[in-house]
Design a protein around this ligand. Sequence first.
Ligand SMILES: C[S@@+](CC[C@H](N)C(=O)[O-])C[C@H]1O[C@@H](n2cnc3c(N)ncnc32)[C@H](O)[C@@H]1O
Length: 331
Amino acid sequence: MTEDKENKTGIMERKRKRKQNDRNKKNPENQNNHNQDKDQKNAVKEDKEKKSEGKTTKQEVTLEDNNKRKHKIVFPFGNYRNYYGYRINEVDGDPRLKVFERDWFQGKDCLDIGCNSGILTIQIARKFHCKSILGIDIDSDRVSDAYWHLRKFARTENVEKNSTKVARLEVKNKVNGAKHSASASSVETKEDSSASSKGDLFEVVSFRQENFVQSQRPSEKQYDTILCLSVTKWIHLNWGDDGLITLFSKIWRLLHPGGILVLEPQPWQSYEKNRRVSETTAMNYRTILFRPESFREILLDKIGFRRVEDITDGLSGSKAGFDRPIFVYHK
Ligand SMILES: C[S@@+](CC[C@H](N)C(=O)[O-])C[C@H]1O[C@@H](n2cnc3c(N)ncnc32)[C@H](O)[C@@H]1O
């Protein structure tokens, strides 16, 4: 190859890589689910971590077996793998946590519809001290991911608690003039884990695979707070206007009087980008009559919520494509 040809090939390769990077940086919800390369890399990376725990899901095995084949992954329910990898800025965390109020969660029974891999559900439980929080998701793989994250968070919490206890013991020993001994700290550490600090999170947080629109449970528990964040579009596209009304009516039924619905609906423009994820979504997209702009009227006038607050103002630091409004509906 001549030097000139080599230069041209190099330039073209760099251009191709830059284009690929630009595509990968974009929000998966804005791409008809075509963010495959990054998603596969993340899937394989997470897969390795999970395998070391002896956990793997069917989809992940397929991925590894077909490593060399071009493999297209479609997420027709918004059930993305590594959703929070795209959505959350690692430094600042989830901006929604900053506008949520402690009162909505502390000592309350909460339900998170469409919890994906459970990261936000767990963070809410840890930050606001819910009495209980149940995350449900239509995709059983996401529920497995959520339990994997729960174990990971619980382990971290355990380590933090143990080191705090050891530090406290060291101070106490110093104050008493006693020389700190390794055996004393190990006794204390053992006591702490036997008191099951790991158990705390597990007692509060749970996850379940469930299609919220179609499931029927004989004696349904009621909740003080229900979260429905970035889920309406997927229910709307998959089950049409009927599905949306079922979602809203069921939420109303499951809320205690005085309970709240925290709703983050996706705007209508974003429906267009995902309409072709399946034949069903393409068909529903054409027949949908209720646009997100009319959700407020439906929830207040038809479903029966008393009032609504718009808490979007305080939101800042959302990644592009995720700067959506958030409303709190009071039953
Ligand atoms: C875009 S993600 C939003 C995740 C999370 N709520 C958040 O905002 O961080 C939407 C989630 O809703 C779930 N989902 C869609 N339809 C559902 C249904 N009918 N029942 C339960 N979960 C559903 C998907 O599997 C997906 O994990």
